[in-house]
Design a protein around this ligand. Structure first.
Ligand code: ATP
Ligand code: MG
Length: 456
């Protein structure tokens, strides 16, 4: 029925030869029916973990779910082959749940039918035995109609494991599907249960939503199902913040603008997309409307935004590197694009954002423009891109240091004179020699040290 990679065919063969039942199950069957390349290959079987391990010498097994992992190589046509892990799990059923996350006890099941019943959505409960599809819940119809539907009673499914609330939305965004009415209403009714789930698991699903082809729709699903207020309350309130005012080009409220920006983000990087989604998040706190003119302003929203971005990064348990990237993109997204800017100002911008994130912040800015209803690329923007490249080609000068003569005079308590230039030159040399980084804090500290040793 499907033409499967050889390594996958071998797994079927090995288990069948030893008289076990073996089924490909879950996402892989769904993806094959949709003509998408499966991300991973999961099997279910009536063999025990010990049976499976005995058949595959390089397999490993260390979890209470009975899942045995087997390293395999998937060959691809005209492309390098992929090393991946195939997982084989004995038929399971789930009985009672302890804490909306973990089944109280795992019970083995005798039949594949029982195993399919414990799964979350109809399109994820398809099994394939190389001849036919086993489809107990009309999952193939839902695939055709592009619907995410919980198996059985949706309230019960979500109350058993609240991660399914966000999985439903992730799948919808990934596949470009809608959520069937009863399932959607049940997500809304049970939304609060998401607070029982660990942030690590929420983060993984949320970042997956951002990486899909429909991230903006995903965020709107989160909002419409009331999940957003638990995940990103700072964003949820932005939908009530207007920005249409005299002398301003904005069409949308802040929340809609942020979602529209995400929709138009040219980068596929999850953190660049995350930053695009929250770049104006400081606007809710900085909103001011002048009662006489009606003009709305958001002074310093990027500084407030930076604080919120750090808080959000902590909540989502992002790594330090991702957190710092998110912070920089939000903090500096308001950069000036003007032909009047000096080289020095452009160099400072590059330093603040970091060379490695320049393309990301340009992508964010592009998304921001389109997300406000502006034309794709102004000549000014093109010119600015050009300057970024040019400025980096020019040699680095004393005036490009992150500190200047005033800093030296203030810290050392000296008046203008040759000593100021001497200190700056020494700092410059140390930066050129890579003994110091051109960072304001670092250089200010270094100037301090001139107090005692270097001035005589
Ligand atoms: P993808 O791998 O493309 O992200 P997937 O559907 O394979 O999607 P996995 O998280 O790999 O998702 O899960 C594999 C299968 O296990 C699912 O298709 C589903 O049948 C089942 N499953 C996963 N998580 C749950 C859950 N929380 N509740 C019930 N069944 C689940
Ligand atoms: Mg999977």
């Amino acid at each position: 029925m499907f033409s499967l990679p050889e390594a996958i065919g071998n797994i079927f063969k090995t288990l069948k030869k030893n008289h076990f039942e073996i089924y490909l199950v879950g996402g892989a069957v769904r993806d094959l029916l949709l003509n998408r390349k499966p991300e991973n290959w999961d099997f279910t079987t009536n063999a025990t973990p010990d049976d499976i391990q005995a058949l595959f010498p390089d397999s490993f097994y260390h979890n209470k779910y009975g899942t045995v992992s087997i390293p395999v190589t998937i060959d691809q046509e005209n492309k390098p082959s992929i090393q991946t892990i195939v997982e084989i799990t004995p038929f399971r059923k789930e009985t009672s749940y302890l804490d909306l996350r973990h089944p109280a006890k795992i019970e083995w099941a005798k039949t594949v039918e029982e195993d399919l019943k414990r799964r979350d959505f109809t399109i994820n409960a398809l099994a394939y035995d190389e001849e036919k599809i086993i489809d107990l819940f009309q999952g193939q119809d839902d695939l055709k109609n592009k619907l995410i539907r919980a198996i059985g009673d949706p309230d019960q499914k979500f109350q058993e494991d609240a991660l399914r609330l966000i999985r439903a939305i992730r799948l919808a965004a990934q596949l470009g599907f809608l959520i069937e009415d009863k399932t959607r209403l049940s997500i809304e009714k049970n939304a609060q249960l998401i607070t029982k789930i660990s942030w690590e698991r929420i983060r993984d699903e949320f970042l997956k939503i951002l990486k899909t082809n429909h991230p903006a729709e995903g965020v709107l699903f989160l909002r419409n199902t009331k999940l957003l207020q638990y995940l990103l309350p700072e964003l949820d309130v932005c939908f009530n913040i207007p920005q249409k005012s005299p002398k301003r080009h904005h069409r949308y409220d802040v929340g809609t603008h942020l979602v529209m920006s995400l929709k138009n983000c040219p980068s596929s990087d999850e953190i660049t997309r995350f930053a695009t989604l929250i770049h104006d998040i400081g606007k809710a706190q900085t909103f001011k409307r002048d009662y006489q003119t009606g003009i709305i302003t958001f002074y310093n929203h990027e500084v407030v935004g930076e604080k919120l971005a750090l808080k959000i990064a902590e909540r989502f348990k992002l790594s330090n590197q991702k957190k710092e990237k998110l912070r920089r993109l939000v903090r500096y997204h308001q950069f000036t694009v003007s032909e009047k800017q000096t080289d020095k100002a452009i160099r400072r911008f590059i330093r603040q954002v970091g060379k490695e994130y320049l393309q990301d912040i340009l992508d964010l800015r592009f998304a921001d423009r389109i997300g406000s209803g502006a034309k794709p690329d102004s000549w000014r923007f093109k010119h600015f891109r050009q300057r970024l490249v040019e400025v980096q080609k020019e040699p680095f000068k004393v005036t490009d240091l992150a500190v200047d003569g005033y800093d030296v005079m203030k810290i050392l308590g000296v008046k203008p004179g040759p000593i100021v230039g001497k200190v700056l030159n020494e700092l410059f040399q140390m930066v050129v020699d890579k003994k110091l980084v051109n960072d304001r804090e670092v250089l200010l500290k270094e100037i301090e040290s001139f107090k005692t040793i270097k001035i005589s």
